[in-house]
Write a protein that binds this ligand. Structure first.
Ligand SMILES: Nc1ncnc2c1ncn2[C@@H]1O[C@H](COP(=O)(O)OP(=O)(O)OP(=O)(O)O)[C@@H](O)[C@H]1O
Ligand SMILES: [Mg+2]
Length: 352
């Protein structure tokens, strides 16, 4: 795409660390939300939404994030964008720590990381033609209006919308799929290196969803993008992801190559999640929670392995000590489960 480049001259000039250096590294990220109660509104408890999460995202890959509602997926996304401030942890973007102390600032990071949410309507200004919404970010970074609008129209073409037809339309004149295409164009306008997609296609009809997913794949190839793709839809995550991270109650319980996770899940939680996947036939779809029983309260999560209260293989050791993420087979497939740690003391633990 011969798009005006106002943020940088060359995509590659930003790739200082080379292809082997992860684009994103997150270490021990934590966010506990205070809960206020009582007459004085004092903090009475904390929701442990994200509780020591670590992972990497390689350049050019798509990392999928799955897990039941409330496990902390969106909180991770909002932390990565610094829409909320982490309590603890480290975020390294292409080798540079994000924050006030050296490395790159939050503002510099945000130029390189964009986010697309599920709620396509509310993220666009209803009183602005969509091409102006797309041009807004570049203008905020100093691009003259005329150039920014021209760029917005190029981007509309890029996401499959004819600018002559759609550029001057308002969000309410677009379908859900078209609005999501505009949101993707808007995310691309700052020429990011990474896009975080939080349930970005979840509200769309299946056929429209497939088209937008294909668009995302094509854009990723053309523009050298890296994705973090969050969805409750395990099928979609499998289709789009190179690696998949499974979260449970604010923690990572398993992470690895998508094929490994789907064909050879190690964690009983992942196995249960996959086993209860809704059938492709809509008549066969079930509405109940994916794993039997409700997840425990994240204000007071179970001791040891947080899944032990619902796990068919739980033994006393599971309540006594928290399992660490381990890769017993050296295939980049990590699980946090005593069953997969030969030294854990679990009677059924296996060596890989
Ligand atoms: N601002 C907040 N204040 C208090 N608690 C919060 C806040 N935001 C999120 N939470 C809580 O943090 C936990 C994680 O929420 P989060 O939205 O990250 O989950 P999620 O995995 O994205 O769920 P879903 O699949 O429903 O989108 C939940 O228990 C949620 O209620
Ligand atoms: Mg969410």
């Amino acid at each position: 795409m011969a798009m005006t480049s106002f943020v940088v001259d060359e995509q590659d000039s930003r790739d200082r660390g080379g292809p082997a250096q992860p684009l994103l590294t997150v270490n021990a990220l934590r966010k506990h939300f205070p809960i206020r109660g009582g007459l004085l509104g004092r903090v009475s408890a904390h929701v442990r939404a994200v509780d020591g999460v670590s992972f990497t995202v390689a350049k050019g890959e798509t990392l999928g994030i799955v897990g039941e509602s409330g496990c902390g997926k969106s909180t991770v996304a909002r932390l990565l964008m610094r829409l909320i401030v982490p309590d603890a942890g480290e975020q390294i973007f292409d080798g540079e720590a994000v924050g006030e102390h050296g490395g790159i600032s939050v503002k510099q990071m945000r130029r390189q990381v964009q986010m697309v949410f599920q709620d396509s309507a509310s993220s666009l200004n209803p009183r602005m033609p969509v091409q102006n919404s797309i041009a807004f970010g570049p203008m905020a970074f100093g691009l003259p209006k005329q150039e920014a609008i021209a760029m917005a129209r190029e981007l509309l073409t890029k996401v499959g919308l004819n600018p002559a037809l759609f550029g001057a339309r308002y969000p309410h004149e677009l379908s859900g799929g078209q609005k999501q295409r505009v949101n993707i164009a808007r995310a691309l306008a700052l020429q990011p290196r990474m896009i975080i997609l939080d349930e970005a296609v979840s509200a769309l009809d299946k056929s429209v969803e497939a088209q937008v997913l294909n668009l995302l794949q094509a854009l990723k190839r053309d523009l050298n993008l890296t994705y973090v793709f969050i969805s409750h839809d395990l099928g979609v995550v499998r289709w789009i992801s190179d690696r998949v991270m499974v979260m449970y109650l604010g923690e990572v319980v398993e992470i690895g190559p998508a094929d490994e996770i789907y064909n050879n899940a190690k964690h009983p939680y992942t196995q249960a999640l996959l086993a209860s996947r809704p059938a492709l036939d809509p008549d066969m779809r079930r509405e109940e929670a994916p794993v039997s029983g409700d997840p425990p309260n994240p204000i007071n999560p179970p001791a040891g392995c947080r899944f032990h209260t619902r796990c068919p293989a739980a033994e006393p050791v599971c309540a006594a000590k928290a399992p660490a993420l381990r890769d017993g087979s050296d295939t980049g497939h990590f699980a946090a489960c005593h069953l997969h740690d030969p030294s854990s003391g679990h009677s059924q633990s296996v060596r890989h």
